[in-house]
Design a protein around this ligand. Structure first.
Ligand code: PDD
Length: 280
């Protein structure tokens, strides 16, 4: 398969030939969901978990999953390369309706798009990043991986504009997550992350880290994190499928801990890398 091939509604084609209608509800309304699934040397990472989350996102927006697990795997396979790290991006929208109308269209097939991109080495894994806190302006469907990402984009860009790499979002005095990541902190030696609910995306990387912490006797808990706790955490990390675990070494212009990725970050990053290796 040519390296820039993508999948659109049943066919593979070069990226430049993949076209959708301007009446697609993804384009008009942001009416759709997506997934980002890493693949290490051709092996999809935690595929079942990603497909389960896709199922949950589709249920949240009242769309039927157009494919079975096996069909999805068959769609992804030709896009993957065995010699590098990549991620699958898949998007499903409510399809192309005959006219623009907020109400769901009847008898319209969803649009299914899949592409695959390289995961490049992260320049800031060893150094960590700066982050800024900001008021979480999002809605009550953050548990669904909706393509409607305007608030997340504005948060991320506001962080970049301030010379930071990520926004850490705060709702009613408590941390929710990053603009495109989950948040972990270390409080009195214990790893803490906010509980699941409609205020955060249930990150797959987040779940993997909690599993690894449990298996390796690293103390952890799911708990609300106040801004005061965030500000006195000895370590802060953000996690995602494409960036794995990145330490936040500066928050709102103030050093976190020693201003370098902390000891628990090293432990958990080591465990994550070993776990990835074990699946190859
Ligand atoms: N985003 N929270 C939000 C808002 C996210 O957008 C993401 C990931 C996560 C982490 O989830 P996971 O560990 O399953 O990747 C949490 C992806 C990578 C993206 O939008 O590109």
């Amino acid at each position: 398969m040519a390296s820039k091939a993508v999948y659109l509604n049943g066919s593979y084609m070069p990226l430049a030939e993949a076209k959708i209608s301007v009446l697609d509800r993804g384009f008009l309304f942001g009416d759709g969901v997506y997934e980002v699934i890493p693949a290490y040397y051709g092996k999809l990472f935690r595929l079942d978990d990603h497909l389960q989350r896709l199922e949950n996102s589709l249920a949240a927006i009242r769309l039927t999953n157009p494919h079975s697990r096996d069909q999805w795997q068959a769609i992804f396979a030709p896009l993957l390369a065995a010699d590098k790290n990549q991620y699958i991006y898949l998007q499903i929208t409510r399809g192309v309706a005959p006219k623009r109308d907020h109400a769901f269209p009847a008898n319209v097939a969803p649009t299914v798009f899949v592409m695959c991109s390289d995961i490049l080495p992260f320049a800031d894994t060893d150094t960590g990043i700066a982050a800024v806190t900001m008021d979480d302006s999002r809605w009550k469907l953050c548990h669904a991986k909706a393509i409607t990402l305007l608030a997340n984009i504005l948060h991320r860009q506001a962080a970049l504009d301030q010379g930071s790499a990520e926004a850490i979002l705060v709702k009613d005095g408590y941390v929710t997550e990053g603009a495109a990541s989950n948040v972990f902190v270390v409080l009195d030696g214990v790893l803490v992350t906010p509980p699941k609910g409609n205020a955060i995306l249930p990150g797959i990387t987040r779940d993997v880290l909690l599993e690894l912490a449990e298996k390796n006797s690293v103390a952890w808990r799911e708990d609300a994190i106040s801004v005061a706790q965030l500000n006195c955490a000895s370590e802060i990390w953000v996690t995602s499928s494409t960036r794995e675990i990145i330490a936040v070494v500066e928050l709102d212009g103030v050093k976190v801990g020693e201003g370098v990725p902390g000891p628990l970050w090293h432990t958990m990053n080591g465990l994550l890398q070993a776990y990835k290796q074990s699946l190859l």
